[in-house]
Design a protein. Sequence first.
Length: 135
Amino acid sequence: MTSTTAEQTAETTTAATTTTVPTTAEPTTVATTTVTATPAERITPAEKTGARTPEAAEVITGARERIDALDDRIIGLIQERTAVSAVIQDTRIASGGRRVNLSREMEVLGHYSDALGRPGTALAMTLLELCRGRI
């Protein structure tokens, strides 16, 4: 803690910036805080990507942008799949059937497992859970 008078200024220092705040009141106590985190705008591309060269950082940044775009598309497809699944479930229930068709779910699990191996099974389980809707 730092004590100041009416004519002094209090200075707060962080790892990224120093802010000077004038004080006009009677003597007060001002806390000085040191922050060790570096703001995102000060992180270099190499630091952000873990790359050792600017060229590698550029490649990684571009690839990450592509992955982000793919993730957005995948999320959109999952949302579309969920909507289609809801139509199937509603139609099945309206016709007197069950909400879930376990043999169809086994087909989906097999398809993902064949294409992606064991992680594919886990992915299919997650998709099926998302698409079943609320009970």
